[in-house]
Design a protein around this ligand. Structure first.
Ligand code: C2E
Ligand code: MG
Ligand code: MG
Ligand code: MG
Length: 289
């Protein structure tokens, strides 16, 4: 069977279970040194306002640039990092790196972009999570209101000690909370009820079926409506084609994220995008005068 390490990433074909296990072991030991060896990268994917399509935020997405295998996607190595407990230090590194980067772009472009950072269950259960986040905010100088923690609802509230306290604590620090992959876990509504969530991120599996499956379309519509009634924001993930955009816009989704607008980019390419945006705005201003 083909085992994919994620989109555009290294692929392994036709390997036995035993070989796969050996490979995982080798990767786990490599992962142990990845941070120290400077092999981790943070990419950034824009989030745009649904009406204007102007960039309003970004999500930080980690990648591992393996010295022999090339880029490995988080869908593959985050589970390994969670099993080994390495996620705690990798997660802290991502958070610190992304906060510094966001603050640098704010200073350079005068743009207050929101920064989404994914937190895994292991991190959310850490008793010192709040200290880590406050320290990352303090060291970077980033406004806490610009930091949005993405929490996936595959984590059971009951099985995760400290989770509810940590999320309330993050809220008190001034951070925002988003429920990631909304609709795919077993506890979407329970999450909405019990956690201080500011936003819902509609999972890409629903967005992908816009124009394909009327039931999924109904779920997307209802989710947007519900979010608004609860005075929460709503973002759609995995917006790939114009048809998705039109449907989501017509149904008043607030923000959009997906390949239609932009793939996750390494920092220099993201910065180029911000320069380009600034140049276009300046040209438009000059034309108006
Ligand atoms: P996620 O948080 O739901 O992130 C969105 C994923 O969808 C990203 O995959 C992104 O590249 C991909 N994506 C964006 N637009 C489109 C689109 O239009 N079509 C399709 N098909 N995909 C799109 P990525 O970067 O491979 O990350 C996968 C998952 O790994 C993330 O899902 C998140 O759960 C996890 N992850 C990524 N970075 C981190 C991190 O720093 N910490 C933790 N704990 N998890 C992370
Ligand atoms: Mg996310
Ligand atoms: Mg998601
Ligand atoms: Mg996720």
């Amino acid at each position: 069977a083909a085992k994919s390490l994620g989109r555009n990433n290294y692929q392994i074909y036709e390997i036995s279970a035993e070989q796969a296990q050996q490979q995982n072991m080798a990767l786990k030991s490599g992962l142990r040194h990845a941070e120290h060896n400077g092999e981790l990268r943070v990419f950034y994917q824009p989030q745009v306002d649904a009406a204007s399509e102007d960039i309003v935020g970004m999500e930080a997405l980690v990648r591992w640039e393996h010295p022999e295998l090339g880029f490995i996607g988080p869908g593959f190595f985050i589970p390994l990092a969670e099993e080994t407990g390495l996620i705690v230090s990798i997660g802290e590194w991502v958070l610190r790196t992304a906060c510094k980067q966001a603050q640098e772009w704010e200073r350079k472009f005068g743009l207050r972009l929101r920064l989404g950072v994914n937190l895994s269950a292991v991190q959310l259960m850490q008793p010192n999570l709040l200290d880590i986040v406050s320290s990352a905010l303090q060291d970077s100088g980033l406004d806490p209101g610009l930091l949005e923690m993405e929490v996936t609802e595959s984590i059971s509230i009951k099985a995760a000690p400290n989770l509810v306290e940590n999320l309330h604590g993050l809220h008190k620090l001034g951070c925002r909370i988003a429920i990631d992959d909304f609709g795919t876990g077993a506890a979407s509504l329970d999450y909405l009820r019990k956690l201080p969530a500011d936003r819902i991120k509609i999972d890409q599996s629903f967005v992908r079926n816009i124009g394909v499956d009327p039931d999924d379309e109904a779920i997307v519509r209802a989710t947007i409506e519900m979010a608004h009634r609860l005075k929460r924001g709503v973002v759609a993930e995995g917006v790939e084609i114009e048809q998705h955009l039109h449907f989501l816009r017509a149904n008043r989704c607030d923000e959009l994220q997906g390949y239609l607008f932009c793939r996750p980019l390494p920092p220099p390419a993201f910065e180029k995008l911000l320069h380009e945006r600034q140049r276009l705005l300046a040209t438009a201003d000059a034309a108006e005068e």
